[in-house]
Design a protein around this ligand. Sequence first.
Ligand code: PGA
Length: 303
Amino acid sequence: MNITFRQLQIFESVAQHLSYTRASEELHLTQPAVSMQIKQLEQSLGLSLFEQLGKKVFLTDAGNELRRYSSAITTQLDELEQMVDEMKGLQRGRLTIAVATTANYFVPRLLAAFCQRHGDVTVSLEVTNREQLLKGLVENRTDLVIMGQPPKDMDLVDERFLDNPLVIIAPPGHPLAKVKQIPLKRLLEETFLVREQGSGTRSSVERFFAANKLALSTPMEMSSNEAIKQGVAAGLGLGIVSLHTLSMELALKRLEILDVVKFPIMRYWHIVYRNGKRLSLVALGFQEFVKKESRQILKLPAA
Ligand code: PGA
C-alpha cells in the first residue's frame, strides 16, 4: 500500500465537506488536483471511498472506515508536531555552560544580566578547573566554555573577551606591601600558596617563573582561590591569583596586591565551543552577549 499523508489530508477535507469544490478551496488546490489525489488513493487501496448520487457526494463504507483511521493518524501527527515544537522551545531556552573556577567570580553577573533580558532561559553552570573543562570539551558535554587558555590542539571557535591579570597577594602589613617595583628574585625568599595541578592559574604561573628561570618555594597547594586567599590573609604565605577574585578582599582591605616587576601576568578570558557544534539559539545569544557586553556589565573600563 502506497499512500501519503497529503492524500489522507485531502481525503479528510473531502470527507468532512462531502464536496470536492469546498475541499479544493480549503486546501488551496485546484479541483482536478483534489480529484486526482483521491483517485490515486482509491487505486492504492483498491477500494472506492466516495460515491456520487446526483449532485451529492457520499462516503462509502470503506470511506467511513478510512476516515476513522485517518483522523487518528492526523491527531497523532498534530501531537508529534506539538512535541517537536516543545522540544525545540526547550532547547532554545537552555544554556549549558562550563567555566573555570576563577571565572566564577564574574560569570554569574553576566548570566544574571542575560537572563533578565531573555526571560525563560534555563541555565546549567558547571564550575571546574581547566583540566576538567578540557575533558568536557572533548566529551562534548557542554555548549560553551569560559576558560583562561584554550588548547591549541583542538578545533575551537574562540573569542577573547576580557583580560585576566594575575597578581601577587599578601596580608595587610606584609613587609613587601610598601615596596615599589619588587624584583622578581626577591620572591625567592617568600613562601607561596599555589593552586592545584590542573588549574589554569597554576600552569600559567609555572610557565612564567620557568621563563624567568626562577624556582619559587611552593610548599602549599590549595584547590580553590578562596582557600588561597584565606591562607594568605592568615599569614601562611603569599599567593598568586586572578584580580577578578579579589574585589571583596581589596574593598575590605583584607589583602594587598604587591608591586612586583613584570607583574601582573597578563592573561585573557576566552569563550569557546567546538567548531561544528550546533549551538542552540540561546547559547549563540549568550556568546554574542559575552563578547559585546561583558565590560559594560562588569563595569570595567574599555579595553
Ligand atoms: P583556573 O582558571 O585556574 O580556575 O583553572 C582557569 C584559567 O585561569 O585558565
